[in-house]
Design a protein around this ligand. Structure first.
Ligand code: ADP
Ligand code: MG
Length: 696
């Protein structure tokens, strides 16, 4: 690129424009998600080698993790056929000899020759002398080949990048150096000058350079924090913009009154709990104001969220507005329909059910003419193509299955209805405020009176017979039971068969004296309804189901749940499942049957036995799985953060939230020139959601 002037360069250029990158390497880089120069600059090291961690071979201790530097003296591959075998590479330094051993990676043999200088890092064990097993490695020495400069006093940290086959650390490092040299100065300053000055932040090109090739551990930390802050600031500013759009939209000012409250409370066969009353006060306050409500209602499974939502919908009905509740599955929508129907037996409120199979033209007509007051359906059906006569309130149930975008779709003749989002995913409050910064948050933190925590026990598959006896006792004394056969996507057909077979086995051989039913996602709606109905009325005592039962099934008389293959399920799923029992005043028992093979699986089952608290479980889940998965970042429509971590870096996240609020208050459409790069970055990242953000 020698002939090209700096001014014609752009960080959006294909990565191939970087010195040292040809078509072949560009293809390899694509495997790491790198398409443009910018992607390459933001491909951060997974970790850094610290020169101070380098030890002499003689000091390596079995059972420890070591990094050593040595010359290859011997390469020995012992084949055991078809790619299997043991590769043993002997290296030496001044202090001694050590073997690096790789199992079943015969192809690596080609990479080593006697005389090569290798950096090796991995676990050390004693076996015929000292060995380091399946170590990470790189060729060192010739710096012109990109070997790390372990002798270079200027830097004690060498970056270690994510690897892809065919592209070594030694090849990647000079490429990134070249990108930094030629392009780093072109990276826009997204963080506005005023904020940079406030925190004494280095220019972005400096931060990028220190993140890749840090001069010191401090410099590395500083650069990382700066980059994380920038990433969060972009995200939080987008959220703040969105919040502003919803706040300024034209909504409905509902009337509330003691008379309405009295009439609604009469319909419930119980008193509301303290928490239910508190969150209802918050909801009513939102409903009275003309700006549309955007509220997240959080609370553990079974704490009474649906009842709160029903209250709000009845309030809308009292104001002559329609409301809609959207559930993630048909089964759940139908159940809402049944339970709400029961509670509203003695009222004039008219219900309509709209699901894939129930979306009859008649019901649609009633909704359009305003003859249905409360419309119950699935999120798949309601937001698309149903036009309401006078929609005042939309309730979205089980928010974690939806995605933020959905919320934007509920409209009625230019009015924005109030929106209440319900989730049983226990997200720590600060995190919720930040992730869903455009939502206000209400939390139900108590349970209806008389609930006893579910007793949870682990059982081995060999102990199934006793579990069945326990179920027999419970059912004989009038209770009901779930037997859950999890479905795992990859083997769905196989598992489905196992659920069907289990149901047959239990019905014919184990519990011939009881009615055993079956519920799974492939059944027709009618079949599902028949099954659920019979279980709900107590005509069927034992329900064998796949994990479809997870979502909100409500049969308070069911006090036992036996989960087969429990080791296959995640903590969040197990917690949701268990929430289906213990909904009445009887002591409930959950039996988790499984033979966990991994440590994580074992820990999950332990956690379930130790606690029933959703927050504790969520935190443990977070620890075991990391944020991305728990919140299903993609499904949420949240950006995937590249360096920041929504749970680790909460303090930076909060700072970014506060700063973005100030920024948007000062410049609501980001029109000031100093905000142009920030605006540009947001446009790039949220292209598909611009109408929700209100810029662009
Ligand atoms: P969630 O939607 O949070 O899972 P639900 O609203 O479905 O919880 O309530 C769970 C069960 O508790 C239902 O059977 C419901 O009728 C009952 N329930 C809700 N609120 C109360 C209350 N205040 N007192 C007694 N029972 C209640
Ligand atoms: Mg629910």
């Amino acid at each position: 690129m020698a002939g090209e002037s700096a001014s014609s360069r752009h960080i959006g250029d294909p990565v191939q424009y970087v010195r040292g990158v040809g078509p072949k390497r560009a293809e390899l880089l694509l495997r790491l998600g790198v398409r443009t120069v910018s992607d390459l600059l933001y491909l951060f090291p997974r970790k850094y080698h610290d020169r101070r961690d380098l030890i002499q071979i003689a000091d390596a201790r079995p059972g420890s993790h070591a990094m050593i530097l040595g010359d290859v003296t011997k390469v020995n591959l012992h084949r055991r056929g078809r790619g299997r075998g043991v590769l043993r590479v002997t290296v030496r330094d001044e202090s001694g000899l050590l073997d690096a051993v790789w199992f079943n990676q015969n192809y690596l043999a080609r990479r080593f020759d006697a005389g090569d200088t290798l950096l090796l890092w991995g676990p050390v064990r004693a076996y015929n002398g000292l060995e380091i097993t399946n170590p990470g490695f790189e060729h060192v020495g010739a710096e012109e080949h990109g070997g790390i400069a372990l002798t270079d006093e200027r830097s004690q940290l060498a970056p270690v990048y994510p690897m892809t086959e065919g592209l070594s650390q030694g090849q990647l490092r000079p490429i990134i150096r070249a990108a930094l040299d030629d392009y780093a100065s072109l990276v826009p300053e997204v963080v506005p000058e005023s904020l940079r000055a406030r925190y004494g932040m280095a220019p972005i090109c400096e931060a990028l350079s220190q993140a890749h090739f840090p001069e010191s551990a401090d410099a590395k930390e500083g650069a990382k924090r700066r980059l994380i802050y920038e990433e969060f600031l972009v995200f939080q500013t987008a959220v703040a913009l969105r919040r502003q759009v919803t706040k300024t939209a034209r909504g409905i000012a509902f009337k509330t009154s003691a008379e309405f409250d009295r009439r609604i409370c009469e319909l419930f066969p119980f008193e509301l709990t303290r928490s239910q009353n508190t969150v209802l006060d918050e909801i009513k306050r939102d409903m009275r104001t003309p700006a549309p409500m955007n509220r997240l209602l959080q609370g553990d499974v079974g704490c009474g969220k649906t009842v709160v939502a029903l209250y709000a919908m009845l309030l809308a009905a009292a104001n002559k507005y329609q409301s809609a509740i959207m559930a993630p599955t048909e089964i759940l929508a139908e159940q809402h329909h049944r339970t709400v129907g029961k509670m509203l037996r003695n009222s004039r409120v008219r219900l309509g059910l709209l699901t894939g199979s129930h979306g009859t033209p008649e019901v649609r007509g009633e909704v359009e003419r305003g003859e249905a007051d409360i419309v119950i359906g699935t999120h798949a059906v309601i937001p698309s193509g149903v036009s309401f006569h006078r929609l005042g309130l939309g309730v979205i149930d089980e928010q974690h299955k939806f995605g933020v975008i959905q919320r934007g779709r509920l409209r009625w003749k230019g009015h924005s209805p109030d929106v209440l989002v319900m989730t049983a995913t226990p997200i720590p409050r600060t995190l919720a405020l930040t992730l869903f910064g455009d939502l206000d948050v209400s939390v139900i933190d108590d349970f209806p009176p008389g609930r006893k925590p579910v007793l949870t026990k682990r059982i081995q598959p060999a102990g199934l017979g006793r579990a069945y006896e326990f179920i027999r006792q419970q059912v004989a004394s009038g209770r009901q039971a779930y037997v859950v056969c999890p479905i795992i996507e990859q083997s769905e057909m196989f598992d489905l068969r196992s659920a069907i077979e289990t149901a047959k086995e239990l019905d014919e051989n184990v519990f011939p004296e009881f009615n055993v039913g079956l519920l799974h996602g492939r059944m027709s709606t009618e079949q599902k309804e028949r099954s659920m109905g019979a279980f709900g009325r107590g005509e069927m005592q034992i329900m064998v189901s796949t994990i479809v039962v997870e979502v909100g099934v409500d049969v308070p008389n069911a006090t036992v749940m036996l989960v087969l293959h429990a080791e296959r399920l995640g903590l969040a799923q197990l917690h949701q499942l268990r929430g289906r029992i213990g909904r009445g005043t009887e002591q409930a028992t959950c039996l988790l049957c499984g033979a966990p093979k991994s440590e994580d699986a074992k820990r999950r089952l332990e956690v379930m036995c130790e606690t029933t608290d959703g927050f504790t479980i969520a935190e443990e889940d977070l620890r075991l799985r990391g944020t991305g998965e728990l919140f299903g970042t993609r499904q949420h429509g949240l950006p995937e953060v590249r360096i920041g971590d929504f749970t680790e870096d909460i303090e930076l996240l909060e700072r970014a939230r506060d700063d973005s609020a100030g920024l948007v208050a000062d410049d609501p459409k980001l029109e000031k020139p100093e905000h142009a790069p920030l605006r540009q970055r947001i446009l790039e990242l949220y292209r598909d959601r611009l109408s929700l953000i209100g810029i662009g």
